[in-house]
Write a protein that binds this ligand. Structure first.
Ligand code: BJW
Ligand code: ZN
Length: 268
């Protein structure tokens, strides 16, 4: 089946790769809905909703600060690296990620020294759409102003010991919040429009490491399908998208992505 998928990838014009927490699992970042995942240990309504933040912002910041430190201690895995090389080789590839860990971006930087690649890092990075935001960034909870000059790759450690110590907006004084999309919040409209446009235009959608239950992201592969494209799922478990998929590869992304995205033609 892998050879058939590789041929489809070589023939496709326009490829979208929808990724979820499973892609980062092998970097040591926990998923959400598996046994032992984040939602088995923490309550999403308390930690990942605007209502939870309004009720107890300190608790929410404490959780995100713990996750920020964990993400900064992790590195991209061979799955992220295979995607990064693919983005550096082909301009018609777009990554639509639900992950907020920034590892797809870091992987593009990480493969730099393997070059030369036909496409530069900034072109590759511009084709990674972080649909649910990035937990290494903050923004104002009231006025939508992002803190000036915050380096997304290495945010300073936050003091989350008390309400008084939490970070505040320099423009309006309200609390800052992690720049992620919580349940009940709309995704960035411009990003979402772009994501659906590339998904509709793509010949092939690769769906990797997502349980495909969170909307609107889970609808993206269906947009590819509805316009006549193929869907290839990579996941150790079946998902609601399995029955819509042309191919279902059962296994782990760090092993399978290098096999299906690795280059065959040394001149490309
Ligand atoms: C491996 C692996 C390995 C393991 N290799 N694979 C339609 C129907 C029903 C409900 C809704 C609907 N439309 C909207 C909703 C409501 C809601 C929703 O979808 N709820 C469902 C859960 C029922 N959606 C929303 O609220 C969204 N907003 C919205 O719709 O707004 C509308 C609106 C419009 C106008 C005004 C106001 C509102 C927002 C959703 C935001 C989701 N946020 C989170 C948290 C982000 C911040 C943070 O991380 O802290 O995003 S929730 C969490 O789930 C996170 C993830 O990005 C997202 C998806 O999870 P993912 O990536 O799929 O992870 P898992 O754990 O579920 O799956 C891991 C998979 O990996 C598994 O399948 C494993 O088998 C696999 N795996 N190891 C490959 N090695
Ligand atoms: Zn503000």
């Amino acid at each position: 089946m892998i050879e058939e998928i590789r041929s489809a990838i070589a023939a496709a014009r326009g490829i979208v790769i929808l990724t979820g927490a499973g892609v980062s699992a092998e970097s040591g970042i926990p998923t959400f809905r598996e046994a032992g995942g984040l939602w088995a240990r923490y309550r999403p309504e308390e930690l990942a909703t605007p209502q939870g933040f309004a009720r107890d912002p300190r608790k929410v910041w404490e959780w995100y600060e713990m996750r920020r430190r964990a993400v900064l201690a992790c590195a991209p895995n061979p799955g992220h690296e295979a995607v990064a090389r693919f983005l550096r080789r082909r301009e018609d590839v777009t990554v639509l990620t639900q992950n907020v860990d920034g590892l797809h971006h870091r992987a593009v930087t990480g493969v730099d020294e393997e070059g030369p690649f036909p496409l530069d890092g900034s072109s590759a990075r511009a084709r990674i759409l972080e649909l649910h935001g990035n937990l290494l960034r903050s923004r104002c909870s009231e006025c939508e102003v992002a803190p000036a000059g915050e380096p997304p790759d290495h945010p300073a450690a936050l003091n989350v010991d008390s309400l008084e110590s939490l970070p505040r907006c320099e423009a309006c004084g309200a609390l800052l919040r992690p720049d992620v999309v919580w349940f009940g919040e709309p995704l960035n409209e411009e990003l979402l429009d772009r994501a659906f446009a590339v998904a509709r235009a793509a010949d092939l959608c690769l769906v990797v490491g997502t349980s495909a239950v969170v909307h609107p992201a889970a609808g993206l592969p269906l947009a590819t399908r509805e316009t006549g494209g193929s869907v290839c799922e990579v996941n150790p478990e079946p998902t609601p998208l399995t029955s819509f998929s042309t191919w279902s590869l059962r296994g782990r992304s760090a092993a399978l992505l290098p096999q299906i995205l690795g280059k065959t033609d040394p001149s490309r």
